[in-house]
Structures are given as C-alpha cells and as structure tokens.
Design a protein around this ligand. Structure first.
Ligand SMILES: Cc1cc2nc3c(=O)[nH]c(=O)nc-3n(C[C@H](O)[C@H](O)[C@H](O)COP(=O)(O)OP(=O)(O)OC[C@H]3O[C@@H](n4cnc5c(N)ncnc54)[C@H](O)[C@@H]3O)c2cc1C
Length: 481
C-alpha cells in the first residue's frame, strides 16, 4: 500500500494532458486548482496507515491474501459493505469534502459481478482478464476513476441515434491486438489525480448499440486521452488566499474533468465488455447501487462538519441558546442520520452474488441517494437560516488583512465578544462553501439524478405484493383479475 506522500510522488510520474483556463496543468500535486483535491484523495492513502482506522481502511484481498487499501477491495461480506460506509463517513469528517476514490471502487465492484455474469452466459473470458487487472491495481495501490457518465447529447435519443456518434463512448475499430474507442466522459471525479480509469456504459442499451457496449481500463495518460478540468463555485478564490475558499486544504467537492477519448487504443487484456448490449442495464444498476450506498457515508461526514460549523456560528452570533436554533440543529442532525441509517441498512441487507462478492440491497441504496438529493438541501437551508446574511456579504479576505479596513471588519463583523471575529469569518466561509453551488449540485446529480432513483424504486418496490397484502385483508382474490 502507498501512504499519502507516496501517492503524491506516484502522480508526479504520470504525464496526463490536463487543461485548465486555457493552459496545461503540468503538476497536479502543486497546481492551485488541483492541489487540494490531491490532498483530499491522499487521505485515503494516509489513513490506511493509522492503526486507529486499520479495520475500516484496509481489507484482505481475496485475490492475493495480502492486506490492501479498501478502495481496491472486492466486498467479501456484509461487514465489508458496512465498513465501506463507516470509512467514508470518517474520511469525510476529516476532509470536509469529496475524497474521490469511491467511484473507482464502485466501478470495480460492478465490473466484478457483470464480467462474471457475461462469461457464464456467453462463454467470454472477461472476468479473468478483469481479475488480472484488479490484482495489478491492488498490488500498486492505484487510484481508479470510475468513468460511467457519457456526455449524452440529446437525452431523448439512444446512443446510435445521436446526431454525433461520439456523444456516447463507442468502439470505432476492432483490431487483432485490441479495440480503439472514441467519445468523452463527463463529470469525472478525481480523474486528474487518478492512475487509471475504468470505463463502463452509461445507460441500458438495445440491439443496434453494440459499439456502445464497452467497458475497459485505461491509464489516465494513455495516448489520445486528454482532460479539461472543471471550474467550481469559488475555486478562483484559491488564487487570492485561504480563508475565502472555506476549506483551503481539501477544497469543496471532488475536482471533476471532461475526459476526451480521442481514438484511444485499448489492448484486449484490458477490455471487459465488447458488444454485449443485454448486460449494460444490469452493469449500470450494479454500479449505481454501490455508488448510491456511499452517499449516507460521505455526505453525512460532510454534514457532520456543516452542522458543527452551524452550531459554532450560532455561538459566535449569541443565538445558540434560543430554542428554535437548538431545534434546527436537531433537525439537521436528524436529516443526516436518516441518510446514514439508510446506508447502513442497504449494507446489512446486502447479499452474496454468484460471482462471490457482496452486493448492497438495490432498493435501499436508491433510498439513500434520493434522501440525499433532498436532505443535503434542507440541511444547507437550515445552515443558511441560522448563520445569517453575512455569509453572503462578507468582504474579501484581503480586506480583512488590510491595515486600513481590517480593524473595521474585525470591529463590525464581531458577534459575541468572547470569540475572535476572524474565527467567525473563517467558519462562515466554510459554511458558505459547503452549502451552496457545486457542493449542492453534487448531492443532487452525483450517482444519478433523482428520477433515476425513482425509476429504480419503482422497479424494486414489488407493488403486486403490496396489492396482495391489502386484498388479502379484505378477502379479495386479485389473482382473478
Ligand atoms: C459533482 C459530480 C461528480 C460526478 N462524478 C462522476 C464520476 O466520477 N463518474 C461518473 O461516471 N459520473 C459522475 N457524475 C455524473 C452523474 O452521474 C451525472 O451527473 C448524473 O447521472 C446525471 O447526468 P447529467 O449530469 O448528464 O444530467 P442529465 O442526464 O442531463 O439530467 C438532467 C435532468 O434531465 C432528466 N433527464 C435526463 N435524461 C432524460 C430523459 N431521457 N427523459 C427525461 N428526462 C431526462 C434527469 O432526470 C435530470 O433531471 C458526477 C456528477 C456530478 C455533478
């Protein structure tokens, strides 16, 4: 396993092409736009060496019997699923943001199951190839970006019906030694500071879309790959100091890229799906359920920080003893713990798959994420209400540091005299950044938009059984309908 420092050193050996603001990022570890995201991901490495968190952060590889970082592990029990959630809450409490490495973990978990199922049904050999690649990932403790989401163009059209065939990633050539793929993946969390990406289809596919049924692994600096790094709410504040960014060390959200795959060659031993349209839906469902499980871990860890910030602001403001403030903090805690409870539930209700790994309860995993799309907004709304308007009107941190205006800002932005004004401003900036813009959009759309969850809940809700329960109680035989 690598520690945080070794992880950062390993990134310096890669040569990805990453653009930001019209220029190339030469060093992701040091560039101001990527540095805090690297620091956050580095926590997934560093904490694996902390004896306090060994149980959460590491596991025993079922492939090699060696100790591996949990972010490269195939879940072998319900306890593994539960530990994943607890691990994510713990890291999120320490970083106050996304640490990015779960998307790859979930793509690995889904690929493990789907390659097994494809091989069983079709006599292909994807599973063994995937296991060989996974062993390489585990041995090197690499970070893998989970690359599912295509750019999708006209959302009402299937991939092969789009005006531009590249709006979904697809195979453009099959060669003796491998395939060539083209397209782009959007919103790629942690891609800029990963080692590899694991590509999988973004939607269910129908016959005629075979070229779009592709899963494969590619180094992030493979020939033909380039990335355009996203601009987040307030990210330019990093260029002017630390306080106004809210969380200078670890940033807000994950640091996403548009990743362009411009005729990228992938050797056959790294291809894990090639044309099997009938398995795309199951693949996407598995990935989505594993990924939706996480939101009651990481987002709750972030909510813990946000609730703490809100409680501190109430103290700074002199309102902490008011009953409506206390009640709103209780409500925020209730909303957060409800998400956590759902994540634990979908893990404890996990099942062993034929492939040998453990998989979460799909219905409950979708409940986690649907709750998150609402609860994080409500938690943020309450945080704003308690904090007051100054979170929207605070001056620039350079004005705080200025000899001319600084004393006035300290004087007139003071709250309860017990506390330094600068502490009040720092926490206000943390609260402001954690509760708006990019952070909220991630809670809404990360791991899928709410409607995607509602579709899954509809599919998994077993309405016939519910109808029968009602009918049985009043002696109606609905089997006759
Ligand atoms: C911060 C962040 C990080 C992310 N990280 C990753 C990552 O690491 N890896 C990854 O693979 N993905 C990632 N995602 C992508 C995420 O899964 C998608 O944002 C999500 O699936 C929604 O896709 P979209 O953003 O293209 O929105 P759209 O699909 O455009 O959806 C917008 C709205 O249109 C609706 N809609 C979409 N299609 C239809 C249709 N056919 N008919 C009717 N309504 C429709 C949706 O329900 C939604 O309400 C990330 C997203 C965010 C915001």
């Amino acid at each position: 396993m690598m520690n945080g420092k070794e992880y950062k050193e390993s990134l310096k050996k890669l040569k990805p092409i990453i653009y930001y603001d019209g220029e190339k990022i030469e060093d992701v570890v040091e560039h101001p736009m990527t540095k805090p995201h690297v620091n956050s991901a580095a926590m997934t490495y560093e904490l694996a060496f902390d004896p306090l968190y060994e149980n959460l952060m590491t596991a025993t590889s079922h492939l090699t019997g060696k100790k591996v970082n949990r972010f490269t592990h195939i879940h072998q029990s319900k306890e593994d699923l539960v530990n994943k959630v607890k691990m994510m809450r713990m890291i999120a409490q320490k970083t106050g943001t996304c640490f990015q490495r779960c998307v790859g973990l979930d793509a690995i978990g889904a690929t493990f199951i789907t390659t097994y199922n494809m091989d069983k049904a079709k006599g292909t050999n994807y599973h063994q190839k995937f296991l060989k690649w996974l062993e390489y990932i585990q041995e090197n403790d690499f970070m893998v970006a989970g690359a599912m989401t295509d750019v999708k163009g006209d959302r009402s059209l299937k991939p092969s019906k789009q005006a531009d065939p590249d709006l979904f990633t697809h195979i453009v050539e099959k060669r003796e030694d491998g395939i060539v793929i083209k397209g782009a993946k959007a919103h790629m969390t942690g891609m800029a500071n990963s080692h590899e990406m694991l590509i999988l289809p973004t939607t269910n596919l129908l016959p005629g879309d075979e070229d779009y049924a592709v899963a494969c692994a590619i180094p992030i600096d493979a020939e033909g790959v380039f990335h355009v790094f996203g601009r987040q709410t307030n990210s330019d504040r990093r260029l002017h100091g630390d306080i106004d960014t809210g969380n200078a060390e670890y940033a807000i959200v994950g640091g996403e890229t548009l990743t362009v795959l411009d005729n990228v060659f992938v050797p056959w031993d790294r291809v894990f799906m090639c044309g099997e349209v009938e398995f795309a839906q199951d693949y996407v469902t598995r990935f989505a359920a594993y990924h939706r499980q996480n939101y009651g871990g990481c987002k709750v860890g972030n909510a813990d920080v946000l609730i703490g910030a809100t409680s501190l602001i109430a103290k700074y403001n002199g309102t902490s003893k008011a009953s409506h403030i206390k009640d709103k903090l209780i409500e925020m805690t209730h909303l957060a713990e409800t998400m956590y409870a759902c994540s634990l539930a979908c893990s404890y209700e996990g099942v062993k798959m034929e492939a040998g790994s453990y998989y979460v309860n799909t219905l409950l995993a979708n409940e986690v994420k649907l709750n998150c799309t609402r609860n994080m907004y409500e938690i943020s709304r309450l945080a704003h209400e308690i904090a007051g308007g100054f979170i929207a009107t605070l001056p620039h941190e350079n004005d705080l540091k200025s000899e001319v205006t600084g004393p006035y800002i300290r004087k007139y932005f003071a709250g309860d005299a017990k506390y330094p004004t600068e502490d009040r401003i720092k926490i206000a900036r943390l609260l402001e950044n954690m509760s708006g813009g990019t952070a909220l959009a991630e809670s809404m759309h990360g791991a899928g938009s709410p409607q995607a969850m509602r579709i899954m809940i509809g599919r998994e809700s077993n309405m016939e059984q519910k109808e029968k329960l009602a009918a049985d109680l009043v002696n109606i035989d609905i089997s006759k309908y």
